[in-house]
Design a binder for this molecule. Sequence first.
Ligand SMILES: [Zn+2]
Ligand SMILES: [Zn+2]
Length: 285
Amino acid sequence: MRARVRTRRIRRRPSGAEPQTLTAPCSHDATHQRVCGTWCREIRLFPIGDWPRIAPRSFHPHSHTLKQTLSGRGFTLLEVLVVVAIIVALAGISVPISRSIMQSARERNCASNLCQIGVASMLYASDNQMTLPVTSHQRRHGGKSWTLTLQPYASGTITFKCPKDPVKTRGHTYVINDFLTPHPAGAPELNYSILARISRPEAVMMFAEASETYQNTDHFHFSEFHGGAVPDSVFESQVNTGAHSEKANYLFADGHMESLFRADALAKLKAANSAFIDPSHINSP
Ligand SMILES: [Zn+2]
Ligand SMILES: [Zn+2]
């Protein structure tokens, strides 16, 4: 007598039609079959109708979690630790890189601001007998601060604030060297606001970034050291020499801008007969 082998019949759907439920390999109740069918249809590992022929029964999802089904086993502790270590390492690399990108963007933004001030100053001078704009000290003589008079020469778009200025409340970060203003209080006999009197304009600092504690003034007070040298401590009490990670931006009297390390700025300051601050000196270190 021929033994009859009972096989489950699989209802196959017409070619191209979307399978709805898995009815053959799972012998559980209708609700569970529907869940299995939904799972199979979403994962799409195999066509619904091919389950019994090409997938081992142990692979069927009704007795496995999704992770177990896909991998055949769970993750070991070592694997998890390796993945976590990789994520931590990548984060450790990406954070300093993004911080560095942000810092250099701020430095470029600050440099751009100073370049705009330089262009505006030269345009102002060309309209005013080649003299530089005055400060709040000269206001009593009928003048206005450069913070006001330079704006029209940049269509009112100049930003006088460094994006990295630690003092958020002050109106401007950049401050003019008082040697380049008419008759500064420390040296009333001088007037280097007239550009033609500056013999080495490429060496003379015109604007720099003010220190955190040097506020509420639009000019530095260096002219009292006329004839001598400005001490480091005085210079750094007024100029933020480390505004951008040990560097700061400086605008010179010929309109060019330099980004100088603190040590380089102090070297220019201390060089013999340096014109870095005092235009009456002739050396250009
Ligand atoms: Zn800056
Ligand atoms: Zn003053």
